[in-house]
Ligand binder design. Sequence first.
Ligand code: DGJ
Length: 742
Amino acid sequence: MSISYDPKRKTLTLATKNTTYQMGVGPVGHLLHLYYGRRAEGSFGHLYPPHDCGFSPNPYELRDERGWSPDTMPQEYSGSDTGDFRLPCLEIAAEDGVRGADLRYVRHEIRPGKYGLPGLPASFDREGEAETLAVTLSDPAAGVEVELLYGVFAARDVITRAARIVNVSTRAVRLEKAASMCLDIPFGTWDLLHFHGRHTMERQPERTCLSHGVQSVGSRRGASSHQHDPFVILCGRDAAEDAGECYGLMSVYSGSFETDVELDQMNALRAVAGIRHDGFSWTLEPGEAFFTPEVILSFTDGGFTALSHTYHRFLRRNICRSPWTERPRPILLNSWEAAYFDFDADKLLSIARGAKALGAELFVLDDGWFGVRNSDSSGLGDWFANEKKLPGGLAPLIREMGRLGLRFGLWVEPEMVSEDSELYRAHPDWALTVPGRKPVLGREQLVLDLSRPEVADWLYDTIAGLLTDYDISYIKWDMNRSLTDLYSRGLPPDRQGEVGHRYMLGLYGVLERLTASFPHVLFEGCAGGGGRFDAGMLAYFPQIWCSDNTDPIARLAIQHGTSFGYPMSAVSAHVSASPNHQTGRTTPLGTRGLAAMGGGFGYELDPGALTPEEAEEIRRQIARCREYGDIVLTGDLYRLTVPGKGPFTAWQTVSEDGARSILCAVVTEPAGNPLPMHVRLKGLDPAGRYAVTDLDVFGSRETGAWLPEEEYTGAALMYGGVTLPSLKGDYPSAALYLERRD
Ligand code: DGJ
């Protein structure tokens, strides 16, 4: 049993393989958070003796016990305006004017299996491995009950949290904030590691020393965003890759979110995560319930690598539902950087012939194939082929691809509409716009109001129609602007605060139906690259286009940051032409290939522009990918260096059984008189004997001698390390392939 109740102490304990989480009912019913950390038996109530902290008020029942205040006690789900002045989880405004939330324990229930969240993506129980704890809190004055949901995946060291808020009164209740969870960490000194960025430079790690007050990580963009990621790590000041205490908090949500962290007067930390509350409100009529999105929590004292591995495995096995998740994906060629909007059927077929000759298995027709779409200013919404470019439509093109032996993939951006489109002319009211105000445009396009069921149904029917009518094996689902003008003509004035979240529910509903109806289709998510790279999207899309930046050196940094929370199986990355279209940098083809070794591997260039030598090198690259791709897809990733800190970037992947491994190193800052590159390997079997099965060196004029012995013990490679000779040239790189010999 991973969940237990001690009736004497009134404590509830969640136990995973290496962690313990405990909560307890306080003297007048507050649900207190007592402990989350390294596995430890026993109770933790003794950590919080009475302490009278001036201006921290007391519940009425404890008016003569000044040492007890909700303001100083760690809480499981903080209320508002009832004596705890730190970050609240729940803010309420009832129809009769009652505000605030004073939540007290009522009951709890332990259930087998993992709870579900209607309408929202959530982790799932694959092999009867999870248990659910549901703890009901209530505030009779506000007229709400809150059911706190905990999913305990003991073997995975993961605890998930969400909340179900029910209006148990006879009048309407408006939620003005409904966070998914709160985590109080009463002791210690903590840093916040978060991942910020911008378009083409997503998820750059930033570690900040927390100071008193609130630090907020979040998005108001209607998408999880390029700018901030809904995954953060709270880590001990001494935490590093291989050691140190770390708490991970990952929201399974793709819309506007907030993860706020507060260091309070007692030097205690509180993290509150969930839907972004500014701009949000939700009205519950009597009897109605609201489900918050899920947050995935994990703790380790083994540093960032251990935390990353927990999330990688959990996302692959308990979030991603696609049958493609751990299956080798087809190697593809995408038309975007090869042709942009400038193509016709002949040009596409010539690119496809070239792709086939290189060894690609799938041709992806990116933007520009539909409506009137010769630039990004028109056509979105008109999801039928542009017959000027593709005479006879998609069918003859797909037939020809089949004859070439290529499967066919299609780009769509279905959440959007161009003003210059048949769809907009027919349904101008389907776009999110505020009456009387000119809408804000992004890439000259508007966003469809997916909070309206008829718009979501149209969207489902349109994409399902394409997938039914044509032999399409892959869909790239793009989304190229932030949401603004959140006003829906489908909702009354007092419910406009619901639009942002209803949009997400509409989108999730469409994705749920599409992925269930077309399970064989490989869906790739995209939002101008990695603008919606989150666990919510991964529930539907096993891979996401990680960034519009295909420069390998920039990608190393982006993929490094991404890897803290997300597995390489989720990362789609392509080899593109050099000089790179985004940065203008020239890099060796081999270095581009190493950087693109993600779950979704492919090319984004015109094969007709390649020299015979380059074409041959790509054939070798594809062969390597087929031979070793499974390690990247299902193995463990080790970050050996930090991109930008030092002359080279190195990383290693190890198959889950420790038998095969790839070491990659890229010189990112070519220097005079370069030193040999030394790294210590990780994750190998110390007693195992490893042989170098292959070695690639790209773009270097000097390679020197490489590992002269035939075999090395795992211990020698991990504790002594590997010294790679210095490489000279423009961004040279090397890959070393190891296999255990027993
Ligand atoms: C943004 C995507 O990230 C690109 O890969 C490409 O599909 C363009 N949109 C097409 O408009």
